[in-house]
Design a protein around this ligand. Structure first.
Ligand SMILES: Nc1ncnc2c1ncn2[C@@H]1O[C@H](COP(=O)(O)OP(=O)(O)O)[C@@H](O)[C@H]1O
Ligand SMILES: [Mg+2]
Length: 155
């Protein structure tokens, strides 16, 4: 559990995460509207891809956005998808190729690859609380590495 006191702290998690990611990694983001999911993903994408943080916009209405870079990225928001079958119909081959950030991942859980990093954000004392966990071998490695970076207080 980590307390993120302000938006900058959330963005910092995104930048730290960006240093760990490899092709095919899936990051599931859980948490209500306003929890900070998009803030975290924007900072990660700005680090990973040739794009300004301000040019990364929430994919709420387009379902999925793609960003070019050494490591290509997909950013999707499952809020408006009709559950797991809605994600499957996008035919995105998650888990191979681009890194995939999935907001509202709980809505499409069954259609996500088993191997994934899970980041849960909740409101806490005016800031946010971050819980990090991982599924599958790669998910567990990513979770452990991110926990290590967060505990070192690096930025
Ligand atoms: N740790 C934090 N403490 C306080 N406010 C935050 C924190 N992280 C993000 N925010 C703010 O919360 C608001 C909603 O963030 P956003 O990333 O759009 O959430 P979501 O994508 O989960 O709906 C933004 O104004 C953002 O600046
Ligand atoms: Mg969002």
């Amino acid at each position: 559990m980590h307390h993120l006191a302000d938006t900058e702290a959330t963005q910092r998690v995104g930048r730290l995460l960006a240093t760990l990611l490899q092709e095919g990694d899936v990051i599931a983001l859980l948490g209500d509207l306003g929890a900070g999911k998009t803030s975290l993903v924007k900072a990660a994408i700005a680090s990973l891809c040739d794009v300004d943080e301000d040019d990364v916009v929430s994919p709420t209405f387009v379902l999925v956005r793609e960003y070019e870079g050494e490591l290509p990225v997909l950013h999707m928001d499952a809020y408006r998808l009709s559950g797991p079958s809605g994600l499957e119909s996008l035919d995105l081959a998650l888990g191979s190729g681009p890194v995939a950030f999935v907001e509202w991942a709980e809505r499409v859980d069954e259609a996500l690859p088993d191997e994934r990093l899970v980041l849960e954000l909740e409101h806490q004392d005016g800031g946010r609380r971050l819980s990090v966990s991982g599924c599958g071998e790669r998910g567990e490695v990513l979770a452990a590495e991110l926990e290590k970076l967060l505990s070192q207080g690096k930025s």
